[in-house]
Each structure stands twice: as C-alpha cells, then as structure tokens.
Write a protein that binds this ligand. Structure first.
Ligand code: SAH
Length: 469
C-alpha cells in the first residue's frame, strides 16, 4: 500500500489553495463540502471561486505565492500549471510538515485525493495511488451505481442509536452481531424504501428485544479457482460469516474475499490426506452454529457435485440448524469454458456425463458400457490416479483408441494447463508432462473443437500444450 487512506476533519480549518482556475475551483468545492475555511492565493481568481471562498469565510489574495502563505495552514493544495511554482509549494510544505497535494503530480504530493462516493455520513474513497486516476474514477462509477443513495440515511439513522446500543450490549461481539442484523435485515430495507420513520421505530423496539442467538451455516460453492467466478450470493455470505471452513481446492484469492476478521479453519482434503475427517467436519459445523456463529463452509466448485454437500446438510437438518446452500460453478463448467472445449455440441455430443474417477476397487464400480456411447462427452472428476485404467477400460468397452481426451490441471486459475491427446496416448503424456492434481478429464469428440476455438480469451498459450497425437 503506497498511501494510507485517512479521513480528515476539516471543519473551520484554514486550508490554502494556490491557483484560481477551474481545477482549483473543483478542489475548493471538495474542501468547502468538508467545512474547510478556504484561503486562495492566485494572480487571478474566477468569480465562482471568489464567491465560494466568501461562503467559507476565507480570504483571497491576488498575487504570487509566498512561503508565508503557508503559516497556520492545516493543508495545502497547489492547482496551477506552473511546474516550478508547484515544486516550490511542495518543498515548502514538506519543510513545514504541512500535508500538500499538487494536482496531477503525485511525486510532489504528501497526500492525494481519491475519487469519492459521497453518501454522507458514509463516504467511500477509491484511489489508484496516483497511478491511474481514470481507473479509480471508473471504479467509483461502478460502486456508485451499486450503493443506493439511502445508505447515507441508513448510516445517519444507526448513528443516532450507537450510544443506546453500547449500553444495551457491553460485549463488542454482541454489538457487532446486532448491527449486522440491523444493517442487513428489514430495518435497512425500510430505509431503502424511503420509510425512515418506520425504520427508526423498528430499531428503537429491536434494541430492547431479547436476541435470538442461533447460528447459521452457509454451504457455499466457491467455483473452480478464479475468484471472478463466485456468485454475488456467495460473496455476500462470505463477507457475513464469522467462521470459514475451507478445503484444499479453495484458492487463496477466494479466501482473501472472506471477512478479514473471520476465523479460518482448514479442513482438508486431498486424496489421501483428510485434515479433518468428514464426520469431524459435520460435528464442527454443528458445534460452531450452536455457539451462535455464522459459518461459511466453502467448497471447491459446486457443493452438490462430488462435494459431499448432501451429507453435511443432512446432519445440519437433523440438528435443526438453519442453513443455505449456494451453488457454484463446477469444475467441469469452469474448465470447459476456460480451455475452449464445449461440453455439448450439436454435431458431436448430445449429452454430457459427470463421473467420479476415484476408483474404489480397481474398475468394477463404474458402468463402463454407458460411458462408451458415442455422441456423449464424459467428464471425470478425481481421475488423475486412475487415468491409465480409465483409458484402458474405455477402449476395452468399445471406444476408439483415437478418441480425443483433454486433461485440465488447475482449471480457471492463472496456472491452468491443458493437455490434449487420445485415449491411447494420454497416460504416457501425463507422466511426461508431470501433470498434477487437481485435474479434470474430458473425453469425447468435443475436445477436438479446442483447436478451432484457440482464440478463446481464457486460453493461456504459455501454459498450454500442443495436441499430442
Ligand atoms: N465440488 C467440486 C468437485 C469436488 S471433487 C466441483 O463441483 O467442481 C474434486 C475434483 O474436482 C478434483 O479431483 C478435480 O477432478 C476437480 N477439480 C476441482 N477444481 C478443479 C480445477 N480448478 N481444475 C481441474 N479440476 C478441478
């Protein structure tokens, strides 16, 4: 972090502005909004700036900047197009330890002005550290459109009850839970609907109610790796949860998106290492929820596709613990898109089948006859270890040894690797290329379409391999 965002209290504070044109006026407007008393030094000053200065009970001095102008100032902004002058102002201000901003010259600044979304008293600022103000402004527009204007009203409303709530709940954790409930529940909805008075009455009543301290579990599909593939709902619940239980397939980038102060608990599992056995995970979920925690159980991909999500919610239901399940993008969908292999295609595959390649006792537990139908794509999850057997069995049961097969390692992440071959040659190719888990296998004619779709934006040629035949 190159700059620490801080919010200054500027009410009636003398602030110096050097320059009298349009840009100076824009900066002056911001300072005036925050209640600053404006002092402007410039050879010329526009009428509107002069009027604004008057409203802030400040002063205008027409003439050249002098070091003395800095005396007793709280901060200074230089908005002139005279680079030498800007440099002088910056050097003087640095000497006197007065915060200084020089418009469009981050190297001369000791503070920079972010792009601002003003929902006072709620203020959101976005900064690129001076690297790309345009990008910061674009982000501001995005945020602006997603934060209703009424958020300011909501902040004001709850601000009026802070002391009362402090007295009601001495414990900081209880207070946080109370506020989170209020800010995400029906009271906030009332404010957004323009019914501030109703909201205020509800809040006054809610403070004196006994709290209902049951936790909740959110079984959330975190997708195959790329954090951009999370759903809005997943993100919202991830940011609400007090505790996060996650397994091996959940990427660091996704974990980063959970609430900063949430407890994170790793619960495994790779093929042979179950950090916490399934029964232990179920018990942990129940215990935490009974303690009143909001627990997010983050699962790779989709919780209901080879994710044992069903078993976890069965236990929760048996203990009457409220839960929600949030679907995620399953590895098959993510890997297919990011490697340019459509899972179905009018000419090549009319159905797609998701199968576990984790072969418990060799080969017997899969219905191979069903898997060798032509015009069908077969996706194997957990198929790396069993790959030689899978290829061999598919051939033995009638699929051509030339059937295309792709293996996608760490699909959708920056480390994604795609290897395409045939049922005959893939086992050898995987050894040669030192392919590692997690990997997904896609078997069927659709794999050959990848060549045509190689312009696909997500395909990263540097991690990619030529079709090995
Ligand atoms: N619930 C998950 C699957 C869990 S089983 C889902 O819906 O995707 C674990 C298997 O998923 C792994 O062995 C691997 O086969 C596959 N997998 C998960 N993430 C993957 C990724 N990013 N790239 C390739 N395969 C992945």
């Amino acid at each position: 972090m190159d700059f620490l965002p801080l919010y200054f209290e500027l009410q009636n504070k003398p602030c110096l502005l050097i320059g009298g044109g349009n840009i100076a006026y824009r900066k002056a407007t911001l300072l005036a909004k925050a209640g600053a008393c404006l002092h402007v030094v410039s050879k010329e000053v526009s009428d509107e700036l002069a009027q604004l200065v008057e409203r802030t009970k400040g002063s205008v001095r027409l003439g050249d900047y002098q070091t003395d102008d800095l005396n007793d100032k709280f901060l200074v902004i230089a908005a002139t197009d005279d680079h030498e002058l800007n440099q002088r102002v910056s050097a003087d201000a640095h000497d006197q330890h007065i915060p200084v901003n020089v418009v469009d010259s981050p190297e001369l600044c000791s503070f920079i002005l972010p792009a601002i979304i003003d929902r006072s008293p709620l203020v959101i600022s976005v900064s690129s550290g001076g690297k790309s103000p345009v990008l910061a402004r674009m982000l501001r527009s995005k945020i602006e459109s997603s934060i209703p204007a009424a958020y300011g009203k909501l902040a004001s409303l709850v601000g009026g009850f802070r002391d009362q709530v402090k007295q009601r709940f001495s414990n900081i954790e209880d207070r946080r839970l109370f506020w989170e409930d209020v800010l995400q529940g029906p009271i906030a909805e009332m404010v957004f609907a323009g019914k501030s008075q109703v909201a205020e009455n509800m809040l006054a009543k809610r403070i004196n109610e006994e709290s209902n301290n049951t936790g909740e579990v959110y079984l959330v599909g975190a997708g195959p790796g790329d954090p951009d593939l999370l759903t809005f709902k997943a993100l919202r619940l991830m940011q609400k949860a007090d505790v996060v239980l996650y397994d091996r397939l959940v990427s660091e980038a996704i974990l980063e998106m959970t609430r900063r102060d949430a407890d994170r608990i790793y619960v495994g599992k790779s093929r042979s290492d179950h950090a916490v056995p399934q029964e232990g995970i179920n018990q942990l979920l129940i215990r935490l929820a009974k303690e009143g925690k909001r627990v997010v159980r983050l699962k790779g991909g989709d919780p209901f596709i080879f994710g044992r999500g069903g078993e976890e919610i069965e236990e929760l239901a048996a203990h009457k613990i409220p839960f929600q399940v949030v679907p995620g993008i399953t590895a098959a969908a993510g890997c297919a898109s990011y490697s340019g292999i459509p899972l179905t295609h009018r000419n090549y595959a009319q159905s797609v089948c998701f199968v576990t390649g984790h072969l418990k006792d060799g080969t017997s537990n899969l219905n191979w006859r069903e898997l060798v139908q032509t015009n069908q794509t077969v996706v194997f999850y957990m198929g790396l270890v069993g790959l030689p057997i899978i290829c061999e069995q598919l051939i033995q049961h009638g699929r051509s040894p030339d059937t295309p097969i792709a293996i996608i390692q760490q699909g959708t992440t920056a480390q994604q690797r795609v290897l395409c071959s045939t049922l005959r040659d893939m086992p050898g190719a995987v050894v040669r290329e030192k392919i590692k888990a997690p990997t997904l296998l896609i078997v069927g004619e659709v794999v050959s379409l990848r060549e045509k779709l190689a312009w696909f934006e997500h395909i990263q040629p540097e991690n990619d391999y030529k079709l090995l035949k």
